[in-house]
Design a protein around this ligand. Sequence first.
Ligand SMILES: *Cc1c(COP(=O)(O)O)cnc(C)c1O
Length: 421
Amino acid sequence: MDHFLYRDGRLFAEDVPVHEIAVAVGTPFYLYSTATLVRHFRLFDEALSWGPHLVCYAMKAASNQAILKTLAAEGAGMDVVSGGEYARARAAGVPGERIVFSGVGKTAEEIRAALEGGLRQFNVESEPELRVISQVATSLGVTAPITVRVNPDVDAKTHAKIATGKSENKFGIPIARARDVYAEAARLPGIKVVGIDVHIGSQLTQLEPFELAYTRVAELTEALRADGHEITRLDLGGGLGIPYARSNEAPPLPTDYGALIRRTVGHLGCEIEIEPGRLIVGNAGLLVSRVIYVKQGEGRDFLILDGAMNDLIRPAMYEAHHDIVPVIEPAPGQELAPYDIVGPVCESGDTFAKGRPMPPLAAGDLVAFRSAGAYGAVMASEYNTRPLVPEVLVRGDQFSVIRKRPTFDDMINRDTIPEWL
Ligand SMILES: *Cc1c(COP(=O)(O)O)cnc(C)c1O
């Protein structure tokens, strides 16, 4: 459930009419609902309430400071994958002990910054990384808490670009080699093993791959304990999928996911961490855009929007589906006609949907892309010198621009001219 509903024939974000925000802010823009963000965080928190746990929001899904602060106020931890994200989390007031640092390519500088600023743990993805963490921690005279991210070799049954748990993926250490790596970690100075980490992919629409992966993690926990390691934390990653097409998708619920975790690893007495990103913010965000032209084509009509692939790249990059709805509710029984829905960018890949049945629309009408909150704004660019898409947050009957649209001058003045020109 989200908080974007029609009332009296107009789309609202909580208690604010979407068209009013469009008039105030201009289009396109991302629009997030505080109530939906908070609701989704609490669903996960409650699903794990049977034991000690921390829900670490995977902030790469949407990392605006206002979103981070909203979730941090609920008690969320953060899963960060870069020095920049670490800095963002700290700037939003998240304490170091609630930050886990993931990612396959952490640099020595990023490791140093996190150790100096404080963190909960590094999720280590390779032996060379483990050695660098040991060196940096030793040089600072501190101990780095770590888990090793294991690759359980399970098929997440998701889009190839976001599957991470098969042995051919670049992520993690093959589970068969994990005991050797833990043995090395135990020998290295400046390293303290605290647990095991796993993350098998994103937009999972079935529980079975999680079940397989977590069962393997449970077996590994027993084996590592038998080897003398203290395993007190299990970081089980993110990846629970969301319904992108309302009409025909029903991915598993966080409560069932929480029950699955309890069933597979609950008996081990570990503190549980999870790293959901998409499910927290995906359906908490819309991309609002305006129709510029309706163009009659050969055998098909085009809706040309002022939003484009640079604002929302998921359709071009992952063949992703987004429901696209008019901001003025269509009359009941309204006839639909197929449109190709496209942006103005000079690439054929700038296509959001082909042959999508839509009610009649005219230039100037507003539409909203649903489920656009995750991997939307964060992946936006200024391709075609289109200003970076702004973001707006609603709470009840209030709204606030949380990232403003740059002016043309802002964009141009970010370039610097060499003195020879
Ligand atoms: C991307 C990512 C997540 C979040 O995945 P979602 O599908 O957005 O829940 C969590 N952990 C790691 C390590 C990731 O790379």
